[in-house]
Design a binder for this molecule. Structure first.
Ligand code: SAH
Length: 216
């Protein structure tokens, strides 16, 4: 007897269950249509399982949140969470942050969040760091003048190199801390952060502000 193995639905298939939450990249400036309203846009890169973005979105219903994640498996977990929460102001994207400047209109994004991104400690991989110069140039095009990147990491070396990159890109850095207290009112603990905190590691945080007068 020939036993035909039925293929288990793959992760791409499973993601389709969350079509209202996980969206395709809109061609140039279609975000208000996707959300059904125009609202200030906050974008998180590398959302993991989505604890941060879903809690931030619940705290700020007047804002639209877009979460970008390169790994389908964790994106699936995030989609499940957002759907369970019935958060109308969150959309998620299976996407590589390297293409970020192709999915938002110039100046469309009010704030970017990067939490515990891969540190890529080797020098030859430095250009992959989400806080590196190549990425900052892309963020500059999509961020509104005066918009900011909010960055958290446990990794002291990554934090130091990121501060250098921000300075080199001409960004003003504010609210720098090398030991963020837990439970800040405007902040939400991420999954990685919770793990690092139980290990007794210090959390580093800062905000890099993109200048208002970028071009004359
Ligand atoms: N922000 C979460 C997850 C941190 S781990 C938290 O703090 O708990 C870093 C996440 O970024 C991983 O889920 C990884 O898949 C994602 N990631 C790494 N490089 C990426 C890229 N270029 N574009 C989108 N997501 C990326």
């Amino acid at each position: 007897m020939v036993v035909r193995l039925r293929r288990k639905p793959g992760i791409a298939e499973a993601l389709k269950r969350y079509e209202g939450v996980v969206v395709a990249p809109p061609p140039g400036g279609g975000w208000p249509v996707i959300f059904g309203r125009a609202a200030p846009l906050h974008v998180e890169l590398g959302i993991g399982k989505g604890a941060f973005i879903s809690a931030m979105a619940a705290k700020a219903p007047a804002l639209n949140f877009v979460g970008i994640e390169a790994q389908r498996e964790v994106l699936y977990q995030a989609a499940k969470r957002v759907a369970a929460q019935e958060a109308a102001n969150v959309r998620l994207l299976h996407f590589d942050a390297a293409g970020i400047d192709t999915i938002f209109a110039p100046g469309e994004v009010e704030r970017l969040y990067i939490n515990f991104c891969d540190p890529w400690p080797k020098k030859r991989h430095a250009k992959r760091r989400l806080t590196g110069g190549r990425f900052l140039a892309k963020y500059r095009t999509i961020l509104a003048p005066g918009g900011a990147l909010h960055f958290k990491t446990d990794n002291a070396a990554l934090f130091a190199s990121s501060l250098e990159e921000f300075a080199a890109a001409g960004l003003a850095v504010r609210n720098v801390t090398f030991d963020l207290p837990a439970g800040g009112e405007d902040d939400v603990m991420t999954e990685y952060e919770a793990r690092f905190r139980t290990m007794g590691m210090k959390i580093h945080r800062c905000e890099a502000v993109f200048p208002v007068n970028q071009k004359a």
